[in-house]
Design a protein. Structure first.
Lengths: 205, 150
């Protein structure tokens, strides 16, 4: 009764009221690429890779499908020249940060992204927030968080909490789309030199 | 900074987690910067995860997690001040205080900072100390201004 009928890629899709466009598409077997989405976590809308076109009152506009709620009679396109172009640029920008991430390289192949288009700045982290959100929402340990902002934003473990909780958990490691390099590196530092890591974070400001 | 002061500030805000930014601002106002012990205490008493406290303390420019001096010296490097010789003003201040922009001296007396415009270009070159504007500065006048602060 409360079901919503919408059209995704010329296919009729029935969805529940509180679903997002991404969830509706996935349930209908339509694939939309994502990096920051995780089915157990709150939608975050960070990577913007799941961008799709929707039609409203005769106009097509771009929305991020992982945080866009379904509506009746919505018409959605998950692939088009415009979408592919945007996804390609997003992937190229992310590759500047994590040039060797397998997940990104697969996407680059699919969308024809050039990994050398932008000057490399290998910080390994693409700010998907999966580790931060998993630790906060599922584990409720708050061992890792973001610090600083803008171009200087990075993930940072709280050494005291990491020392107690992380060694037996490490559930965030496989979530990282960039092979957990950054997470492992920061964790190792945090555990080996708790005071040093705090100083390093402070200096980065 | 004394932890009793931190506790007083937290009590004033009734340990309300939503007052996190106000609490941090009050500590910053009293102490000029946020020591780690203070952040730990705030996180514990407001029942806010330390990651969140750290996120906010490093996000806003109003907060500092590195020691800051009692007096904040801001040198305007905006276009109007620049053409009127702001770089010479900065050089002189650097010579007198021995600080580079962004640094604080060991006695926690001065913190030197450059800014891009203070909004009073007619007074250029401008130096601002603790919110008080010193306009039409000249390298020769700087020592006289700085010696009024201790």
């Amino acid at each position: 009764m409360n079901d919503i009928v919408l059209q995704i890629d010329e296919k009729q899709v029935t969805a529940k009221k509180d679903m997002t466009v991404l969830e509706a598409a996935t349930s209908a077997g339509i694939h939309i690429p994502t990096l920051c989405y995780h089915d157990k976590l709150e939608p975050y809308g960070a990577c913007r890779l799941c961008v799709v076109e929707v039609e409203q009152r005769g106009w097509w506009r771009l929305v991020v499908s992982c945080i866009y709620p379904v509506e009746n009679n919505l018409v959605v396109k998950t692939r088009s020249e415009k979408i592919d172009r945007i996804r390609k640029t997003i992937i190229e920008l992310l590759l500047a940060h994590a040039p060797d991430a397998f997940e990104l390289q697969d996407l680059a192949k699919e969308y024809g992204a050039d990994r050398n288009r932008f000057e490399k700045e290998p910080s390994f982290c693409i700010h998907c927030g999966l580790c931060v959100r998993y630790c906060a929402e599922i584990k409720k340990k708050f061992a890792i968080g973001f610090i600083n902002r803008g171009t200087k934003r990075e993930i940072s473990f709280i050494p005291e909490i990491a020392l107690k909780e992380c060694w037996d958990c490490k559930e965030c490691f496989p979530l990282c789309p960039t092979e957990a390099l950054q997470a492992a590196f920061v964790l190792a530092r945090a555990m080996a030199f708790p005071s040093l890591d705090y100083d390093a974070n402070v200096k980065g400001k | 900074m004394d932890m009793d002061n931190v506790d007083q500030i937290i009590d004033k805000h009734n340990c309300e987690p939503s007052s996190l930014i106000q609490v941090l601002l009050d500590i910053q106002g009293q102490n000029n910067w946020l020591p780690k012990e203070a952040l730990d205490r705030v996180a514990e008493r407001l029942q806010v995860p330390l990651t969140r406290v750290q996120h906010i303390a490093t996000f806003y420019k109003a907060f500092s997690v590195v020691p800051k001096g009692r007096h904040g010296v801001h040198i305007c490097m905006g276009t109007a001040c620049h053409v009127r010789g702001a770089s010479r003003i900065l050089d002189t201040v650097q010579d007198i205080t021995g600080l580079n922009p962004g640094e604080t001296d060991l006695d926690l007396k001065f913190s030197l900072e450059t800014v891009n415009c203070l909004g009073c270009c007619a007074l250029g070159p401008v130096m601002e100390i603790d919110g008080k504007t010193h306009g039409k500065m000249a390298p020769a006048k700087i020592a006289d201004v700085l010696k009024n602060y201790d």
